[in-house]
Design a protein around this ligand. Sequence first.
Ligand SMILES: Cc1cc2nc3c(=O)[nH]c(=O)nc-3n(C[C@H](O)[C@H](O)[C@H](O)COP(=O)(O)OP(=O)(O)OC[C@H]3O[C@@H](n4cnc5c(N)ncnc54)[C@H](O)[C@@H]3O)c2cc1C
Length: 391
Amino acid sequence: MDFDLSLEQQMMADTAEQISARFDPEYWREKDESGEYPAEFIAEIGAQGFFGLPVPEQYGGMGLGLTELAVAMESLCHGGGGGGPAIGYLFGLLGNLSILHHGNDEQKARYLPDMATGEKMCAFALSEPDAGTNSMNIKTFARREGDEFVINGGKWFITNIENSDALLLVARTEKPVEGKSKAGGITLFLVDLPQAAITYTPIPKHGFNYYKSNQVFIEDLRVHESCVLGQEGRGFYSLLGTLNPERVLVAAGAVGTARLAISRAVEYANERNVFDAPIGSHQGVQHPLAGAHAKVESAWLAVLKAATLNDVDSASKEAGDLANMAKYVAVESCIEACYHAMQTYGGAGFAREYHQERWWREAQLFRLAPLTQQMTLNYIGEHVLGMPKSY
Ligand SMILES: Cc1cc2nc3c(=O)[nH]c(=O)nc-3n(C[C@H](O)[C@H](O)[C@H](O)COP(=O)(O)OP(=O)(O)OC[C@H]3O[C@@H](n4cnc5c(N)ncnc54)[C@H](O)[C@@H]3O)c2cc1C
């Protein structure tokens, strides 16, 4: 049992923290307020190889595992970015991971080298107004016409499509059959952007305004069958392969955000004097931060274990169990940490210039995307504890 990072992992964490310190909270505050894409940050982590961490060397990456990705994610958030880096990095990686796991040689050679450097980005389009948590309910339909598909439908909350060069689009290629699992008949398409047949409009939202999340309309989009990623009709099962990394990476981002929020709150609690003593000397301020810290640090151990188990055998039950449990505890501890960190500032916590209100808003997204906490608990209740499925 070794709880230390390897030398290579530590060096990577240091680099990530240094980048994150340069793109400090003020950078993210301005971007959030202006609703501007953090292009400089994305270009920098791309140039430093962070998108290429899981990509094999033959495609210009480093061929590293989920543990390194989790360490990078935590450090990018912890060093100064808060939640800001998490979503941009996660969504950038989802395309890479899906192509890596399910793409054929031609698709890998075509997309991965530019995606490994962040020069090209891939957005991910699964959710629909009637199919979020229950993703088997998607209605977007791809009808085969010879060696082409004609796709019609709509998606929502599709993040960063406006800055993406490709779209991982999830559509039905067969209608659900009564009495058969709805998981069949779903296909992944890798579609180049822009496309006249794909239009979108941003959904005004609560936080993460650096990235637009869009309502997407797809009208008679014609794609060649070579755009199918993985096996036709087996897309739902392909998606399962990226669920654990997704959960572990959100958990790592939550830990990084929480650590930053707590460290800033501790600084403030030590400096701010009310009634002739630093507010941090009052247990009403000190204990909530101490409790949150203990929970966040315990969650980080769970994240590292989940990542390590995934690197050993991503298909094992233990890897799935730990990925879900780590996501759950990391996000809960992040929400608690951000809440108490914001309260530490009193009224100042409400002011944008102290950043805590932004991290609090960002922590709310970790709770619901890409998977809600309730669905994580469903997984733990059913698969870890062995209780019946209720839905
Ligand atoms: C900012 C943002 C960015 C996003 N980016 C993307 C993106 O890029 N691509 C993409 O495809 N999607 C994206 N999403 C969508 C996101 O993945 C979904 O919002 C999420 O999966 C939840 O689905 P839903 O919103 O439809 O909730 P619903 O499915 O409507 O669920 C509503 C509530 O009911 C609960 N619930 C439902 N069923 C059960 C059950 N059986 N047991 C217990 N509780 C249950 C849920 O947990 C949730 O709290 C994004 C969302 C947001 C907010």
